[in-house]
Write a protein that binds this ligand. Structure first.
Ligand SMILES: Cc1cc2nc3c(=O)[nH]c(=O)nc-3n(C[C@H](O)[C@H](O)[C@H](O)COP(=O)(O)O)c2cc1C
Length: 314
């Protein structure tokens, strides 16, 4: 590895501190990033697939790419100077950028993940960025515990030793949920089980799918969102803003998530594992990783009510 490679490997973590090796964003659509490839190395393959990481240099063909822009799939690699695919030491990489509405529509709850690991650095950056979410009085009531890498199997081993069900500390849904909320909830369940061909009578199949929550749907990483017990519903709504911001930012990185209130029925085990203080209460967990696009359950596209059923212009 030459110096450039080594530098690229230490490339700075945010847009605010771009590494000198990186070219500037060309415009809002296209980001130019220089990859360093040693002369004599093989040219990077043109079929690069999706580079999901924001900051981690990825090995591509014979080179490494320093990628610090928030970008989607790499669309094109070419020689910086001639514009043609080549084997010189500098390559321009054109990547697709994602805007907010793209991320909003692309985000959905993913219930089967690939085993590909998630880096702690990525999670840290996501958390720092997500904390730009607003909160009433800027109280910032979210308290987050991250499980990743080796701590995931440790958590699963621990969970297996704990009671399978705790009484939740808050009501997940109001008792006697009225319409149209009840139907929305029911419809979601039916659509989800339909994607994996589990009919209503197949109680065991439904139980199995529910139990997949306990494995974070095979996601390699997760977070738990706690809140200080003194906080009330306004601060709980702030948690939602934080979590949605996190999920949208994850989409931008090619990552996927599933928020999980499921963990409210295992709050004691989770609280013990993460060593949360008594004054903190678990709101939800979140599975984090990369979507398994071949999984039938991930074809689910949840519906939304038409605008005029929930919004009035007065
Ligand atoms: C706070 C919260 C908790 C959730 N808990 C779970 C859960 O425990 N298990 C699950 O499979 N989905 C869970 N979901 C996902 C919802 O079912 C999902 O957001 C909803 O059906 C809309 O679908 P979408 O996220 O794909 O747009 C949760 C969502 C939120 C916002």
């Amino acid at each position: 590895m030459n110096t450039d490679h080594a530098d690229a490997a230490r490339v700075s973590h945010t847009l605010h501190h771009p590494h000198p090796l990186l070219t500037r964003a060309v415009d809002h659509e296209v980001v130019g990033v220089r990859a360093c490839v040693r002369p004599g190395d093989e040219s990077p393959a043109l079929d690069l697939g999706v580079l999901t990481g924001l900051v981690n240099p990825r090995r591509i063909g014979g080179g490494e790419v320093a990628q610090t822009m928030r970008c989607g799939p790499i669309e094109h690699v070419s020689d910086c100077r001639t514009g043609s695919p080549g084997s010189t030491d500098e390559f321009a990489i054109r990547v697709a950028t994602m805007n907010v509405v793209d991320a909003v529509y692309k985000r959905k709850s993913i219930r089967k993940f690939r085993p590909d690991p998630v880096s702690d650095d990525d999670l840290r950056t996501l958390l720092v960025d997500a904390a730009r979410a607003p909160s009433g009085g800027n109280v910032q009531p979210w308290r987050i515990y991250v499980v990743n890498g080796a701590s995931m199997p440790r958590l699963k081993e621990f969970l297996a030793t704990q009671p399978p069900l705790d009484a939740p500390e808050y009501e997940i849904y109001p008792a006697g949920l009225t319409e149209p909320y009840r139907t929305n909830r029911f419809a979601l369940g039916e659509q989800m089980y339909a994607t994996i061909g589990i009919p209503r009578e197949d109680k065991e199949g439904r139980r199995r799918q529910f139990a997949a929550n306990n494995d974070f749907f095979d996601a390699p990483a997760a977070l738990f969102c706690f809140v200080d017990r003194q906080m009330g519903s306004p601060q709980w709504s702030d948690l939602g803003m934080f979590l949605q911001t996190f999920m949208l930012l994850a989409v931008e990185r090619g990552m996927a998530t599933c928020p999980q209130e499921y963990w409210s029925v295992r709050h004691k085990a989770v609280g013990t594992f993460v060593n949360a203080p008594e004054n903190e209460m678990l709101f939800c967990g979140m599975a984090i990783g990369y979507a398994d696009d071949s999984a039938a359950i991930n074809t689910l596209e949840s519906e939304r009510m038409p605008l005029d059923q929930w919004a009035s212009f007065v």
